[in-house]
Structures are given as C-alpha cells and as structure tokens.
Design a protein around this ligand. Structure first.
Ligand code: PLP
Length: 269
C-alpha cells in the first residue's frame, strides 16, 4: 500500500492529565480531533481527581515537559500551541523559554487556576509567571471571569481586566461568562482596540467538567485549520455548547449531583 499523502494540521497541547478523562489533555485530544486536526501532547502534570474534584497535582520535572514538547516540535509542523494546566512556576518559565524559540507559532493559553470543584491549581508564583512570562507570548488567552479577576486583581470590571491582560502582552482575550449570575452566558473577545466580538448562549443547567479545556482546544484547532480568530472563536463556542448540552454523568460523585462531563461529539457535517 502506498503511504497516504493526506495531511492534518497539528496542534500541540501542553497540559495536565485527568485520569477520569473529563478535562485536561484528554479533553484537548478529543476536541482537537473533532475539529479536524491532529493533537500532539506534552504532559505537565499528573493529577488525582474524580468526577467531583481534584485531590492532588503532581507536576513533572520541567525538563521532562520541555523534552516532550521539543520532540514533537522537531518532528511535526505544529500549527498552533495550546496550553492548559501548568502545574508550577518552574514549568511556566521553561515553557516561556520554549515559546520564545518558536515565536512564529500562535499560542492559545487557557489559564487554569482552580478546579471546578474548588481545588486551587495555581500558586502566587505561578500567577506571576503567567502574567510576566507567558502573557507576552500569547495570541489568545481564554480565562473565565474568576480567572480574569485573579489575573488582574486591581481592576473593577471584566472589561478593565481584559485591558489589563492585553497590556501585559497577550494579543487577544476571550473572557467567558459561565460563572456570572446572568440568565444567559455571554462570552466577550477583546483586542487592544476594544470589544471585537460578543456571543450569547442559553445557560445550560448543571455544572460541567472539562468545558474550559474543550473551548480553548477547539479554538486552537480552528486556528490551525486556517479560520480567522473571530470565526475560530465563534465556531469553537458552538462546538463546546453542544458538547455540554450532550454532557453525561461519568462517575459516582454524589456531593455535586448536578456536575456533568462534557461529551466531545464529532461536529455535524
Ligand atoms: N484537571 C486538569 C488536568 C485540567 O486541565 C483542568 C482544567 O482545565 C481541571 C482539572 C479542572 O477542570 P474543571 O474546572 O472542569 O473541573
């Protein structure tokens, strides 16, 4: 048989492993695949978690994280790098050095600061590394509203948070509104000129595990497929909303009875 000449755009996902398969690297692999790209991976941390919450995070040595990413970057033509859970500040610094060596590759960062069940996933030193080292290297960051407020703690409104984060160097900020007390979920995309795009979604009942990873990974895949940023963000929101609408209970967690896991459907064709 002749080797196939078919090519898929490659996204390199750098993030943590969730053994339950709900969030992190597995959510990235499924979302990137469902959006027409191949997902290569570099693991930053192992975690212990169930369908309720994260019990432990075990960061890998930074040199092992970088060795994984460099192996992929040497072998494949990576179109977009997507970053999720970092684990610690040493890993964040090492990833910033790596990104500087590959400055032509767009970067989507989902700043994972706490688990949906409440466990903190970022120390103050990791927060400063994200602000000072990583934000200047990002094409897009995708904080939810609590994450935006934690990254820009001196601002009053979410719009001011967005501008503070843009001032730190990221080119675009998408702030998601799932955690706000509003009837509908409103997600807003900003660049230095102001609000670029706003999308409104029906609020789904319950809580969802893996939604942030899925959104950022789907955006990365859409960018890798050549969509412009606004189109990439809009189509990824649609994909993520459907993954949550079709969410299911994967585990036996009783303390959060309304917590569901996203289901990464193949998009309709
Ligand atoms: N574990 C890992 C490895 C993650 O990357 C994330 C979020 O991105 C979480 C846990 C938390 O997921 P959730 O907020 O959906 O509970």
């Amino acid at each position: 048989m002749k080797p196939s000449s078919r090519k898929l755009p490659v996204v390199l996902a750098i993030g943590g492993h969730d053994p339950g398969g709900g969030a992190g690297i597995q959510a990235d692999i499924e979302a990137v695949g469902a959006n027409g790209c191949h997902c290569s991976t570099a693991i930053t941390c192992l975690t212990l978690q169930d369908s309720c919450n994260v019990q432990a995070v075990m960061p890998l040595p930074a040199e092992q994280v970088i060795a994984q990413a460099e192996t992929v970057l040497k072998d494949c033509q990576v179109s977009v790098i997507k970053i999720g859970l970092l684990g610690d500040a040493v890993i964040a610094h090492a990833i910033a050095d790596l990104l500087q060596e590959h400055e032509n590759i767009p970067v989507v960062l989902d700043p994972v600061l706490a688990a949906g069940g409440g466990t903190p996933l970022a120390t103050e030193s990791l927060l400063s590394a994200i602000r000072q080292q990583l934000l200047p290297l990002c094409t897009l960051i995708t904080p939810n509203s609590p994450e935006a407020r934690r990254l820009a703690p001196h601002e009053e409104t979410l719009e001011q948070c967005a501008h503070a984060l843009l001032k730190s160097g990221t080119e675009h900020v998408l702030i998601t509104g799932t955690h706000e007390q509003s009837d509908r979920v409103t997600n807003r995309l900003y660049d230095k000129t102001g609000l670029l795009n706003q999308a409104d979604w029906q609020r789904l009942p319950g809580e969802y595990h893996g939604s942030g990873c899925t959104l950022a990974a789907a955006i990365a895949a859409n960018m890798a497929s050549g969509k412009d940023l606004i189109e990439a963000v809009n189509s990824a929101q649609q994909y993520t909303w459907k993954s949550l609408r079709d969410g299911f209970r994967s585990g036996r967690c009783q303390s959060l009875p309304d917590r569901l896991q996203r289901h990464s459907n193949q998009p309709e064709t």
